[in-house]
Write a protein that binds this ligand. Structure first.
Ligand SMILES: Cc1cc2nc3c(=O)[nH]c(=O)nc-3n(C[C@H](O)[C@H](O)[C@H](O)COP(=O)(O)OP(=O)(O)OC[C@H]3O[C@@H](n4cnc5c(N)ncnc54)[C@H](O)[C@@H]3O)c2cc1C
Length: 701
C-alpha cells in the first residue's frame, strides 16, 4: 500500500491577522509583508484576474438554473468574494429562477473586524454586500463558519484554519483509497492569498492535490501568480494551465481547467482487508452518494425535526413532517424558554469544538427569526453570564476569555459584572457571552415550519420500510402507523424523534437514554426582577418573561413521571443559591405548592454528542469491520454500509437548541452533497455508526 501523508485538521486556535496601515493608509499584513488591498489595482483589475468574460460569468449566463460552488485560498478582506457575489447577483437578475452561489474560502489569520470594516470602507462600490459580510463576520475561532447573504442566495463558507487542513476536512474521507469518493465538487477555484514567496503553504503540492480531489473535469481555476513552478505543480495534479500576461497594474496570472484526475496506482490486493496496521482509519463514516431528492419525510416535530424540515425545504425539497401530537414543539421542545448556553472547557476536544461551532451558528440562525419577531415571544438576545462554580474556575475563566475574541466572550469583574447583569452579585467575576440569550422552542418550531414546501401530518409512526418502486422512480421509504396504514412515502427520511428514534428495526441499536428534567417558574423578587441577562452556574435563572422567572433544570436519568415534583422545585432553588447566594434570599416567602414549571425528557447519548448522519446497517458493520476486534487499526478499505436514504438528527441531550440547527444543516448537506458545516473529524464524532465501531473495538459486538 502506498504511504501517504495523513492530512488531519489542526485542532488549534487561530490568531487574528496583524494589520499595519502605512503612511498612505494602505492596509498591510505584518506577517506576509504584502498589501490586503492595493488600491492601485482596483476592483476592475481584480475582476480581470478572476472573472474573465470567457470563464465564470459566461457560464452563469448560459445556464438557466445554476448553483455554483467556488473555492478560494486566502479570504483576506473578502474582495474576491464581494466582486464575485455582485457579478453573480447581476447574472441572476437576468434569469427567471435564482439559485445559490456557494463561495468557500479559507483564512488562517482572519482580519480583526475593525480592520475589515476600515478596508471595506475603501471600496464603496461594494458597500451593500460589504455590510452584510461585516454583520455576519464570525469571531476568530477555528472551524467552519457559514454566512448567508442576499436572502440566502449567496452562502459564504468561511473556514478558519490552514488551507490544506480545512479543504481536506471538507472531503468525505482522508483515506487515500477514497480520495475522490462522494466529495462535494467545486466549479471554480480562485488561488489567491499572498505571493508564493511570502506564503508558500498556500501554494503547496499537498493543497493542490486536495483541490484536485474536489474538482471535476471542467472545473476552472485562476491563480494570482504566474510562477512557472506553480504551473508545474498544478499540471501534476491534473490541471491544464495557461499564463495570462499582466498589465501595467498587475502581475500576470495562471488560469486553466481540470482535465482529469491523476490516477494513483493500486493493485487488487490493496483492497483486501487485513489485520495489519493501516496508516488510515477504516472509512466506516463515509457518507453514501445519493441523487438530490425532490421529496423527504421528517419524523418528529421538536426543534430537531423542525430544523431538519426547514434545512431541506430551503434546498428546494418538499417535506412531510410527521408529528404524533396535534401540535409541534410539545415534548422536550415544549419548554417556554430554553437557553443558548456554552459548554465551557479549557481543553480542545470534539465536544468543546462542536459545542462552540454549534453555538455560534445557532446564535446566527435564531437571529434571523428574532429579527422578524414583532411580538417578542420568540426569544431575546439578552446575553448569558456564566458564574464560577469553584475557585479553580477563576483561572479557567481567564484562560477561556484569552482563547476567544471579545465579540464571543468577555471576562467581567466587579462593577462591570453587576452592571451587565443588572443587580449586585456576591461573585466578583464571570464570563459574559454577548451574542447568546434564550429562545422559546415551541415558537421557534412554529416559525421554522412556515415554509411553502413543508406540510405537517399528525400521526404516530410505528414502522418504516424501504421498498422498490413499481415505476422508474427508484426505491422509496414507506412510513406507517400501528395499523400499517401508509402515512407518507419518500426516498429520504430524517428521523428526529428523540428517544423514539430507536423504535425502528433499522435503528434499534442506537444507545439512546432518557433523562427527566424539571424547570421551576418563580415569581420575581425585588432583587431578581432587575436581572437583565441569563445567569448560569450550577443552575440558571432567566430574566422575567410573562410575569415569572424560570430556574432549572433538574437532571434525573432513568426516572419517569410527567407531573412536577416539589422536591425538584426545592432542588432548583437550592442549586440557584449555589450560583449566587444573594439570588434566593427572598425565596423563603415563596409557597412551593404554587410554583409553576414543566417536566419533560432529554434524549442523551453515552458520549454526550448528538447523533447526525446516515443510519448505519448494524449487521454489515459487524461483518465488514470484524478485524477491528483484534486490531483497532486494521487495514479495512470498506466504506460503512448505511440504509439508503435514511438519516438521523437526534440525541441532543441538554443542548438541543444549539445542537439541532447545526445537525440539521449537516444532514441536509449530506443529502444534497454540499460543502458540510463541520470538519471531517467532527462529522465522524457525530456519525450514528460510531457506537457500533466503538463496541466492535471493545469486543462487545
Ligand atoms: C427540563 C429541560 C430543560 C432544558 N433546557 C434546555 C436549554 O436551556 N437549552 C437547550 O439547548 N436545551 C435544553 N433542553 C434540551 C432540549 O429541550 C432538547 O435537547 C431538545 O428539545 C430536543 O429536541 P428534539 O427535537 O430532539 O426532541 P423533542 O422536542 O422531544 O421532539 C421529538 C418529537 O418527536 C415526536 N415523536 C416521537 N416519536 C414519534 C413517532 N413515532 N411518530 C411521530 N412523532 C414522534 C415527539 O412527539 C416529539 O414532538 C432542556 C431539556 C429539558 C428536559
Amino acid at each position: 500500500m502506498p504511504k501517504q501523508k495523513v492530512l488531519k485538521s489542526k485542532k488549534t486556535l487561530i490568531s487574528e491577522a496583524k494589520v499595519t496601515w502605512d503612511e498612505d493608509s494602505r492596509p498591510r499584513s505584518f506577517v506576509f509583508d504584502d498589501y490586503y488591498l492595493d488600491d492601485t489595482v482596483g476592483t476592475k483589475n481584480r475582476q480581470h484576474a478572476f472573472l474573465e468574460k470567457d470563464t465564470l460569468t459566461e457560464r452563469w449566463n448560459c445556464n438557466k438554473n445554476l448553483t455554483c460552488t467556488i473555492g478560494e485560498t486566502g479570504f483576506g478582506a473578502g474582495l474576491n468574494f464581494l466582486i464575485t457575489a455582485e457579478a453573480w447577483l447581476k447574472s441572476c437578475s437576468n434569469k427567471k429562477k435564482q439559485e445559490v452561489l456557494n463561495f468557500v474560502s479559507v483564512e488562517n489569520s482572519p482580519l480583526p473586524k475593525k480592520d475589515l470594516i476600515r478596508i471595506l470602507s475603501l471600496v464603496p462600490e461594494l458597500s451593500e454586500l460589504s455590510k452584510e459580510l461585516i454583520d455576519g463576520y464570525p469571531p476568530a475561532i477555528s472551524g467552519i463558519h457559514k454566512i448567508y447573504l442576499s436572502n440566502k442566495s449567496i452562502i459564504l463558507t468561511l473556514m478558519y484554519g490552514d488551507a490544506c487542513d480545512m479543504f481536506s476536512s471538507v472531503k468525505n474521507s482522508d483515506h487515500p483509497f477514497f480520495e475522490r469518493s462522494n466529495n462535494p465538487v467545486f466549479d471554480a477555484w480562485f488561488l489567491d492569498g499572498f505571493s508564493p514567496k511570502n506564503n508558500p503553504s498556500m501554494w503547496s503540492s499537498n493543497l493542490f492535490e486536495v483541490i484536485a480531489d474536489l474538482s471535476y473535469p471542467g472545473t476552472i481555476f485562476s491563480a494570482s501568480t504566474s510562477e512557472h513552478n506553480i504551473c508545474k505543480k498544478l499540471a501534476r495534479v491534473g490541471f491544464s494551465t495557461k499564463v495570462r500576461n499582466g498589465n501595467a497594474k498587475r502581475d500576470g496570472s495562471i488560469y486553466g481547467v481540470f482535465v482529469k484526475p491523476v490516477s494513483r496506482n493500486r493493485i487488487a490486493e490493496d483492497w483486501e482487508s487485513t489485520l495489519f496496521n493501516s496508516l488510515y482509519s477504516a472509512p466506516w463514516y463515509l457518507t453514501p452518494e445519493i441523487k438530490k431528492p425532490t421529496e423527504a419525510i421528517v419524523i418528529g416535530g421538536g426543534i430537531a425535526g423542525c430544523c431538519s424540515a426547514r434545512a431541506l425545504a430551503e434546498r428546494g425539497i418538499s417535506v412531510t413532517l410527521i408529528e404524533r401530537h396535534q401540535e409541534i414543539g410539545q415534548e422536550a421542545s415544549g419548554n417556554s424558554q430554553g437557553i443558548l448556553y456554552p459548554k465551557l472547557s479549557t481543553s480542545i476536544s470534539d465536544i468543546s469544538r462542536f459545542g462552540i461551532s454549534a453555538l455560534i451558528s445557532a446564535s446566527k440562525f435564531y437571529s434571523d427569526l428574532l429579527d422578524n419577531d414583532k411580538l417578542k415571544v420568540l426569544g431575546d438576545r439578552c446575553g448569558v453570564v456564566v458564574l464560577p462554580k469553584n475557585l479553580k474556575d477563576r483561572l479557567n475563566f481567564e484562560h477561556i476569555a484569552s482563547l476567544y475574541s471579545d465579540d464571543f466572550v468577555q471576562l467581567l469583574k466587579n462593577k462591570q459584572l453587576d452592571n451587565q447583569v443588572g443587580l449586585s452579585l456576591t461573585h466578583r467575576f464571570g464570563l459574559f457571552f454577548p451574542q447568546l440569550g434564550w429562545i422559546s422552542p415551541p415558537e421557534a418550531c412554529h416559525s421554522l415550519v412556515k415554509h411553502s414546501l413543508i406540510s405537517i401530518s399528525n400521526a404516530e409512526v410505528k414502522e418504516i420500510n424501504l421498498e422498490d418502486a413499481t415505476d422508474a422512480s427508484g426505491r422509496s421509504w414507506k412510513v406507517m402507523d400501528d395499523m400499517k396504514k401508509v402515512i407518507a412515502t419518500a426516498p429520504i427520511i430524517v428521523i428526529a424523534s428523540a428517544y423514539n428514534s430507536g423504535i425502528f428495526h433499522q435503528t434499534n441499536h442506537l444507545p439512546l437514554n432518557r433523562v427527566r428534567g424539571q424547570t421551576t417558574a418563580v415569581p420575581p423578587t425585588e432583587k431578581t426582577s432587575h436581572l437583565k441577562t441569563i445567569l448560569c452556574g450550577k443552575s440558571y435563572i432567566l430574566p422575567i418573561f410573562k410575569g415569572t422567572q424560570t430556574l432549572g433544570a433538574t437532571y434525573n436519568p432513568n426516572e419517569v413521571g410527567m407531573t412536577n415534583r416539589i422536591k425538584d422545585h426545592k432542588e432548583n432553588i437550592s442549586r440557584l443559591s449555589a450560583v449566587d447566594l444573594s439570588l434566593t434570599r427572598d425565596f423563603k416567602k415563596i409557597d412551593m405548592e404554587e410554583l409553576g414549571g414543566r417536566t419533560s425528557f432529554r434524549c442523551t447519548t453515552p458520549d454526550f454528542l448528538p447523533i447526525a448522519g446516515p443510519a448505519p446497517k448494524l449487521k454489515d458493520y459487524i461483518e465488514d469491520y470484524k478485524f477491528m476486534r483484534q486490531n483497532a487499526r486494521a487495514h479495512i478499505p470498506v466504506p460503512g454500509s448505511s440504509w439508503e436514504g435514511l438519516y438521523l438528527n437526534t440525541g441532543h441531550g441538554s443542548r438541543g437548541l444549539s445542537y439541532a440547527p447545526m445537525c440539521a444543516e449537516l444532514v441536509a448537506s449530506q443529502i444534497c452533497n454540499e460543502v458540510p458545516p463541520l470538519e471531517l473529524d467532527l462529522r465522524q464524532a457525530l456519525h450514528p455508526g460510531r457506537f457500533i465501531i466503538r463496541d466492535i473495538k471493545r469486543n462487545k459486538l
